[in-house]
Design a protein around this ligand. Structure first.
Ligand code: ZN
Length: 142
């Protein structure tokens, strides 16, 4: 299977560029990076398969962060992506039937035209976390 060259997030088609070397904002070599503004993704070629999956999910989480309504302090973005991406990969690895079931259900729902994906939580209902207390609270309605 060829690596994907694009993906769709919130009805927007975003490119995935595969490069021999990928540099972070600070100029360091890295496995993947997402532009904060455009959400374009660059992924280092020739990673081990599990590493590559982890990198793709990690970078996708950054995009969800940038396009979503879930709010956390900015310094938590990288640590959240680093924490959850490997767990997600591991879950897929350990539960192939679970993911095949979900994938099949989604394919069927789209092909039959009977179902639409849920939309994101409206910003007025987004959760935020206080940087100091770490407690979850509902964002005030505007
Ligand atoms: Zn990251």
């Amino acid at each position: 299977m060829l690596p994907p060259k694009k993906h769709v997030v919130n009805n927007e088609t975003l490119p995935i560029k595969w490069k021999k070397r990928v540099k972070s904002d600070s100029g360091d070599d890295c496995l993947g990076v997402v532009d904060d503004e455009s959400n374009h993704m660059w992924i280092r070629k020739e990673q081990a398969p599990i590493e590559e999956c982890d990198t793709l999910i990690h970078e996708l989480m950054h995009i969800f962060w940038h396009t979503g309504t879930f709010r956390l302090p900015d310094d938590m973005e990288e640590s959240t992506c680093r924490n959850f991406a490997p767990k997600f990969v591991r879950h897929i690895q350990d539960n192939p039937e679970f993911w095949e079931y979900i994938s099949e259900k989604i394919r069927h729902a789209y092909s039959s035209g009977t179902s639409k994906p849920r939309t994101s939580t409206p910003a007025s209902e987004a959760l935020s976390v206080s940087a100091t207390s770490g407690t979850e609270k509902k964002k005030p309605q505007s």
